[in-house]
Design a protein around this ligand. Structure first.
Ligand code: BMA
Length: 320
């Protein structure tokens, strides 16, 4: 089975490492009848097309996740009703809300991680084989935590997850950690991966950082695309950056970039329910091409394209 990822060549007048899809946003805030906004969502190749898990806040602005399907990964049919979980590797886990899903295929199973409301935000985990039946497992961590992202393969025999310990609110701090599990139930061996740099060194990511799409194995290391935040006099501004992690020990950062790859700069990123947010949650890649899916202004979903070798060269060139 060969599915072709969405693609559009770099515009002739652009020298940017990442360029936006000309028909962005690909998912409108009102795409399903109940929604106030659809953003920060994850997509993967599935059967002869693609499947995804979408963050849909309803018109009561309750946060939940919905399954969706697409033939081309641009036009999406999103289920009108939220995912209903079955019990997975434990009893049913309480969930006040669900947001910011990621989806990772490991062997023949799709694992969904999200920010789960369990007396405060922490990392929920569920698995599915068909995007119809989902089994919810133990939360990975105690509250408070966000941005849980699984690696696509076991590392040294264990599942590995990036996460960002946080607080119960809009968290004015935050570094990326890694944790390991033998069974997707018990998590430990927590190690720091990447910390926020000082303002004077790289201001766009000096307030907090959090992992985005599933890390991608390259011969140069794990390509980790993440969001970085600066606190401005108008509030947080979220941009997208990238780093390379050691393949055998991903807590070791090989290269990280002083400059962001994509910052909020066009209308749908600067105007919305939360202005100035570019929030990557998924990437499709094929050969050297990558299509990065990101939430824009906490309102809609957009896509940016790039070449992986150019992203890696960019990270190395701007390493600090
Ligand atoms: C974070 C999360 C994200 C959101 C971002 C910007 O704390 O709530 O879902 O995109 O803030 O509002």
């Amino acid at each position: 089975m060969i599915t072709t990822i969405p693609w559009e060549d770099r515009p002739n007048n652009s020298k940017d490492i990442l360029w936006r899809y000309s028909k962005n946003p690909i998912i409108d805030r009102y795409q399903i009848p109940s929604s106030n906004s659809i953003f920060n969502s994850a997509v993967v190749p599935f059967e002869d097309g693609f499947a995804g898990v979408f963050r849909c806040d309803d018109k009561a602005v309750r946060m939940n996740i919905h399954a969706g399907f697409s033939k081309d990964a641009i036009h999406w049919d999103i289920e009108y009703d939220p995912i209903v979980m079955q019990a997975g590797n434990t009893e049913m886990i309480h969930s006040d809300y669900k947001y910011d899903p990621r989806v990772t295929k490991i062997e023949d199973t799709y694992w969904v991680t999200w920010c789960n409301g369990y007396y405060g935000p922490t990392i929920g985990i569920a698995y599915t084989k068909d995007f119809k039946t989902f089994h919810q497992c133990e939360n990975a961590f105690l509250p408070f935590n966000r941005n849980g992202v699984l690696f696509p393969e076991k590392i040294n025999g264990k599942y590995a997850m990036l996460s960002r310990p946080s607080d119960n609110g809009h968290t004015p701090f935050g570094d990326i950690y890694i944790s390991y599990s033998p069974d997707m139930k018990y998590w430990g061996e927590h190690r720091v991966v990447l910390q926020t740099p000082p303002f004077m060194e790289s201001a766009w990511q000096c307030t907090k950082i959090g992992a985005g799409p599933v890390p991608i194995r390259t011969k140069e290391g794990w390509l980790m695309i993440y969001h970085g935040v600066i606190n401005t006099c108008n509030g947080f501004r979220y941009s997208m950056g990238a780093a390379l992690l050691d393949l055998d020990n991903p807590s070791k950062v090989l290269y990280k970039s002083r400059q962001y790859l994509l910052g909020p700069a066009v209308d749908y990123e600067m105007i919305g329910d939360v202005p100035n947010v570019v929030f990557p949650c998924a990437a499709l890649h094929q050969d050297n091409k990558i299509a990065i899916y990101y939430g824009a202004a906490d309102t809609c979903v957009a896509v940016a394209f790039g070449y992986m070798d150019e992203i890696i060269d960019f990270i190395k060139e701007h390493h600090f």
